[in-house]
Design a protein around this ligand. Structure first.
Ligand SMILES: Nc1nc2c(ncn2[C@@H]2O[C@H](COP(=O)(O)OP(=O)(O)OP(=O)(O)O)[C@@H](O)[C@H]2O)c(=O)[nH]1
Length: 320
């Protein structure tokens, strides 16, 4: 199938100094038998990050003419296009974003551009969090968005904080993002399998909503950025769902960073899976339901100032 040949892409985010380059170096030096191309995006005229990145065999491309998130999405697409011309030379692409980037436009370019859509497969957004210094930056919208968008979160620099602080941090991060996998690390020491080749954007069976998140007071969010997770049985009407989602992104797309859903729509044989980034929505049939399994609808919204009660109520109106 054509899918097999798509180039998997991992996007690394994290605030300034969190440990992105440390993780990148790890990914490039540990033997995993994959040929990795890297795009490093830095602010400023002179790129120095490439000098810090080790690994002679890898191709490292730099984008220094601006921040990935705003002006240079076109450049990113062109750069990836060039790499795709030599597709056979690479197994995986890593994009390290600047610590000040909002990851949304990067992710959206994978949905919106046709070449990117057909020839690349977004593997995961990996966000490195500085467990010691994040406390000074909670107000930063970049920090919030990097956590909100992540599929994998490394709580890094655990050598610099107490277990109690780490626990508070994990709780806080979990309330912002109900579905990311969270690992605690020192020097980003994490099993590569936890970071590469995880297919987080391929919603196969179920959303990995942490059950504890649902039980606990996920509701005590004093943050403006948080997750709302909905799990309900029943059959969803495709017409009602379409109408609702369309209206929702029109009205609140700016505040909804990410949404994912796996649903029993019109009692079809296969799951309906969808995901969205702000106003961008993408839905398609997923894996077949097994006759023995209970069909559940699972949705997760991650965003700013979400109206949890309204989301739940409106979702229920989509049930037949
Ligand atoms: N104590 C401690 N230091 C760490 C850890 N991980 C990384 N560092 C250090 O933190 C500093 C910043 O790490 P980088 O990997 O350069 O961070 P970055 O996110 O790429 O930084 P920018 O490119 O500035 O955004 C370096 O001096 C690292 O050696 C850790 O787990 N513990």
């Amino acid at each position: 199938m054509a899918l097999v040949n798509k180039m998997p892409v991992t996007v690394l985010t994290g605030y300034l100094g969190a440990g992105k380059t440390t993780l990148l170096n790890r990914l490039l030096t540990v033997q995993h038998g994959q040929k990795v191309a890297v795009i490093v995006n830095e602010f400023g005229e002179v790129g120095i990050d490439h000098q810090l990145v080790v690994g002679a065999d890898e191709e490292i491309l730099e984008m220094n003419n601006g921040c990935i998130c705003c002006t240079v999405r076109g450049d990113l697409i062109r750069l990836i296009g060039k790499l795709l011309d030599r597709r056979e030379q690479f197994d995986h692409l890593l994009i390290e974003t600047t610590g000040l980037a909002d990851p949304a436009p990067v992710i959206q370019s994978f949905f919106m551009d046709e070449v990117m859509q057909t020839q690349t497969a977004l593997d995961a957004i990996v966000t490195v969090v500085d467990a010691k210094h994040i406390w000074e930056h909670w107000d930063s919208s970049e920090v919030q968005e990097q956590i909100a968008f992540a599929d994998v979160i490394l709580l890094n620099k655990i050598d610099l904080v107490t277990p109690e602080v780490l626990q508070i941090l994990e709780h806080r991060v979990r309330s912002m993002n109900a579905i990311a996998k969270i690992y605690s690390t020192q020097n980003c020491d994490v099993d590569l399998k936890a970071v590469l080749g995880i297919n987080a954007f391929d919603l196969k069976q179920a959303l990995s909503i942490d059950p504890q998140f649902l039980e606990e007071a996920a509701h005590e969010h004093d943050e403006s950025v948080f997750s709302v997770a909905i799990t309900e049985s029943g059959t969803v009407s495709s017409d009602k769902l379409n109408r609702w989602l369309y209206q929702l992104v029109q009205a609140q797309g700016a505040n909804i960073f990410r949404m994912k859903g796996i649903m029993n729509v019109d009692d079809e044989d296969r799951r309906f899976v969808f995901q969205g980034v702000h106003m961008t929505l993408e839905g398609r049939p997923g894996k077949p339901w097994k006759p023995s399994e209970t069909r559940r609808n699972e949705l997760v919204f991650i965003g700013r100032d979400l109206d949890e009660v309204a989301l739940r109520d409106e979702f229920r109106t989509c049930l037949v």
